[in-house]
Design a protein around this ligand. Structure first.
Ligand code: ADP
Ligand code: MG
Length: 560
């Protein structure tokens, strides 16, 4: 029985297997190595994962979800067409799909996998990832850190068994930069730094905003579907600039276009580059190393393919970053190699720094401009040495307030809503004038990832009231019975059978195009969709195949 490696990404996921010592990426049923980490529930209550679901994200946003990896290990619930799912359950569908694709590719059952996680994932997030595996019927004995997997790939390809690596992983919505040492079969993550709100999506937005400015439109007031369409067109344009130096963004439905070149894009993205610089500098500073001490700079993640990005790094670091493989495949290949090593019962130790807190922990303070958007007040700062205990004082924001909710958040964003909410403590207080309540908030965080928050109302000396909350990993963990029950329930959700996947893909794309076009072009979409439906009803495989091919050509032309 084969053990596979899985890169469970925020934007895309991949599976890899080690054959004769070589990492082989496993194609999905559409023949692609990357499966978008998107899940959608269709009209029959079937689950679709990947490219089909990504199409449905535009045409059926209420039945689809993406980027759920951001919320692993939290109690956030996603509702898809009325069905509630946790992030680990959505991830389990992606894993189930990858498992099925792998089984078809390998011709044998797959029951075990090694999965990669970001180096900064805490205990809860790691546990949630394992749980996702379990819900997908996969035993996940081991998790591997993404930068370690990338370093492993780089070392295998360069033939250098040992060295220090700067891993620059730039994905769809996250940037992670790590300094990684690989010596004597031990991979050690020396420092990590990141921006979990910076990625390829931001370049799409920069292009979309520039398009709007070019046509005197207001990007922020675009309605949801038009915005989604413009962003999609912008991403396409961005990818073209990886292949060629100049292109044009054409929004045919609106009769508008704009020329774009890598030079122009570089000018528009200055602010993003500054943020990239910050992250790289922080990683190097935290590791107490210089760029000259790095044996290799490893480019990872789809956004590292952008010429403006690699060129910027080259000028900034005065070093040419190495391209060991296609950047979006580097992590998956490393996890595949790990899986192979595991099968042969050898081992490479993978160590993460555990004695520092890799993120900021804090609470909410009122935002006087927008009540629903509280501001993050840091209590324990990122990179604090563990164990660590900090105290801060807070007060009531209005007269005669009777309750204060002390939210507990993790993350670097200015607004609490953009950070992870770990929990909250509700304090009942005596109604007094604004600013007279005295709340003492104490955060204690230890090496095992256990966070204790204690809130004491010290307004009236001698009558202090204390409430405490311990956020251990257990808070978010299900009991054995709960897992069994949920497993049973999830079994009821069937993955879309792979037989009709191409048909579904073309139909989903047709639905999206229908929602994005008008007039004659929309008519063309309708005609193709009807043709396919008739062909499907006839059950004539040759006819179906012909219609699909024709539809793909028509759709390609519409999107040209
Ligand atoms: P993640 O690790 O977040 O799951 P990936 O590493 O797959 O994501 O990166 C996805 C991002 O890479 C997207 O923003 C996508 O637009 C971008 N991307 C992929 N291919 C290219 C390309 N050829 N040129 C520019 N950007 C690309
Ligand atoms: Mg990734």
């Amino acid at each position: 029985m084969a053990v596979i490696g899985i890169d469970l990404g925020t934007t895309n996921s991949l599976a890899c297997v080690c054959q004769d010592g070589r990492a082989v990426l496993i194609p999905n049923s559409l023949g692609e190595k990357l499966t978008p980490s998107v899940v959608s529930v269709d009209e029959n209550g079937e689950i679709c994962v990947g490219a089909v679901a990504k199409e449905r994200l535009v045409s059926h946003p209420e039945a689809s979800a993406a980027s759920f990896k951001r919320y692993m290990g939290t109690d956030k619930v996603f509702t898809l067409a009325g069905n509630p799912f946790t992030p680990q359950e959505l991830s389990s569908f992606v894993l189930r799909q990858l498992k099925e694709d792998a089984e078809r590719f390998l011709g044998e059952e797959v029951t075990e996998a090694v999965i990669s996680v970001p180096a900064y994932f805490n205990d809860n997030q790691r546990y949630a990832t394992k749980e996702a595996g379990r819900l997908a019927g996969i035993h996940v004995e081991r998790l591997v850190n993404e930068p370690s997997a990338a370093a492993l790939t780089a070392s295998r390809i360069s033939g250098e068994e040992e060295g220090s690596y700067l891993v620059f992983d730039f994905g769809g919505g996250t940037l992670d930069v790590s300094v990684v040492d690989y010596f004597d079969n031990v991979i050690e993550i020396v420092a990590v730094s990141g921006d979990n709100r910076l990625g390829g999506d931001d370049f799409d937005e920069v292009i979309a905003r520039s398009f709007c400015a070019h046509h005197q439109m207001d990007y922020d007031s675009l309605e949801q579907q038009r915005k989604a369409t413009l962003l999609r067109l912008s991403e396409k344009c961005k990818r073209e600039l990886t292949r060629q130096d100049e292109t044009e963004l054409v929004w045919e439905a609106e009769g508008k276009k704009m020329p774009l070149s890598n030079l122009l894009l570089a000018g528009l993205s200055q602010n993003l580059f500054d943020r990239i610089s910050n992250v790289v500098e922080t990683a190097l500073r935290d590791s107490a190393r210089s760029i000259e001490e790095m044996d290799e700079i490893v480019l990872v993640g789809g956004s590292s393919k952008m010429p403006v990005v690699s060129l910027y790094l080259q000028t900034q670091l005065k070093r040419k970053p190495g391209m060991v493989a296609s950047p979006d495949e580097v992590v998956a290949m490393g996890v595949g190699i790990y899986a192979g090593i595991k099968e042969r019962k050898q081992d490479i130790k993978d160590l993460v720094l555990t004695d520092i807190c890799p993120f900021t922990l804090g609470t909410n303070v009122v935002n006087y401009v927008d009540d629903d958007n509280p501001i993050m007040s840091a209590v324990i700062e990122r990179n604090s040495v563990l164990p660590c205990s900090k105290t801060d004082w807070y007060t009531n924001a209005c007269d005669n307030q009777t309750k204060i909710v002390v939210g507990i958040y993790q993350g670097e964003a200015f607004y609490c809503n953009d950070n992870l909410r770990l929990g909250a403590i509700e304090m009942d207080i005596k109604p007094v004038k604004k600013g007279q309540t005295r709340l003492r908030v104490c955060f204690t965080y230890d090496i095992n990832g256990i966070l204790e928050v204690e809130v004491t109302d010290c307004t009236n000396p001698g009558q202090e009231q204390t409430k405490r909350k311990v956020l251990t990993s257990e808070n978010l963990r299900l009991s054995e019975e709960e897992i069994e029950r949920r497993l049973e329930e999830l079994r009821a959700y069937k993955l879309m059978p792979c037989g009709g996947i191409r048909t579904k893909m073309v139909m989903a794309r047709g639905e999206r195009l229908f929602s994005q076009t008008l007039g004659a072009r929309r008519q063309q979409v309708t005609i193709m969709m009807q043709k396919i439906q008739q062909a499907v009803a006839s059950r004539n495989d040759q006819l179906i195949a012909r219609c699909l091919k024709e539809a793909e050509e028509v759709f390609d032309r519409l999107e040209e």
